[in-house]
Design a protein around this ligand. Sequence first.
Ligand code: SF4
Length: 340
Amino acid sequence: MARPLKSNTRSLILTGMATTAAISLLDPDALGATRRLPPAGRLRRVGRIDVIEVEAKSILNRVAGMPFAWSVNPYRGCIHGCVFCYARRSHGYLEDDGVGRWSSRLYAKVNAAAVLRAELAKRTWRRETVSIGTVTDPYQPIESRYRLTRAILETLRDAETPVRIVTRSPLIVRDLDILRDLAQRAGAHVSVSIATMDAALAREIEPTVAPPLRRLQAVRALAGAGIDVSVALAPILPQITDAPEQIESVIAAAHEAGARHVWHGALHLHDVTRDAFFQFLRKTRPHLIARYAQLYRGKYAPRAVRDEIDARVTRARAALPKQRVAQIAPRGDAQLSLLL
Ligand code: SF4
C-alpha cells in the first residue's frame, strides 16, 4: 500500500542525497516507454517538486533485445537530475519537459503493485525476468515515502519471478530482506551505478545522488548478503570521467566491495539528453563545447573513442586479482562465483 506524501515535506529533498541510474544507459524506446498524453492524477506539491499520483492501467512492459523480457517502472521522472540521463526522453513522451522538469515533476504509479499482482496471476505468465526502473531510478528519494518499488518486489517474490534492478541509490539496502528471498526463490540481480569515485565531480553530474562511497557501501552490503551485484561504470564521459586513473579507481573500488562484475558504456547523446548535457557544458565546462560538438555529431562518440574507453576498462580489470565469493543461487543454497 503506497503511503501518501505529506505536502510541503522538505525531507523529501534531503533524502535525495541517498540515491541510483544505470538504467538510463538504455534507450527508453526499447524499454516500454510509450508516447502518450500525461495521465490525469492527483498533484502533490513537495518543496520544489510536483508529484503527480496516477493510477496505472497496466504495469508490465514487453521489452525486446535486452537480457530481460519485461520492465516495470513505478515512477516517471527522477529527482536525481543526472546531466547525462537518457531516460529524460520518456518525459517528452508525456509531452512534458525532459530538460527543465525531469527532476521537478515526478509521476508515481500508486497502484503499481496491485496491477502487477493481477498481471502476474494470469495463466499465461511465464515467470520471465522483470527489470525494475528502466526509465527512472526505482530508489529515488520519493520511494522512501511511497514504497512502490518495495511493494513490487514483494509481488515478484510471491510470484517467484526473477528480477533485475539498476540503481544509483543506497536506499536499495532497505529491501535486502526481500531481495534475499527473491534470490532464493527465483533469482535477483542488482546493478549499482557509479560513474566516478570523485565525490565533487559526482555532485556536478549526478546532483542529488548519494556520494560514490555510500553507493559502494550498498554494493558491499548486497554482496555480503549473497546477492548477485555488479557495478555499472556508466556512462563514461569523454574528457570528464574517462582518464585511465578515473576508470581504474571505480573498478578497483567495485572489486574491493565485492561486485561480481563491472559493466560500462560510453556516453551517448540524443534528443533531450543532448540538450540537457550541452546546457551542463555551457554552465560548467564551456571549453569542452566545441570538442563535444565534434565528438557527438551523431548519437554516439566515434568508434576510436569508444574503443579506447573499452581498452582502458579492460586494462583496469586485468590488473585486479580474481577472487571468489559466496552468492545465493535461485534454488536457495550458496554457490561460489568468480569476481570481475
Ligand atoms: S538516477 Fe535518475 S536522473 Fe540519474 S540517470 Fe538514473 S533515471 Fe536518470
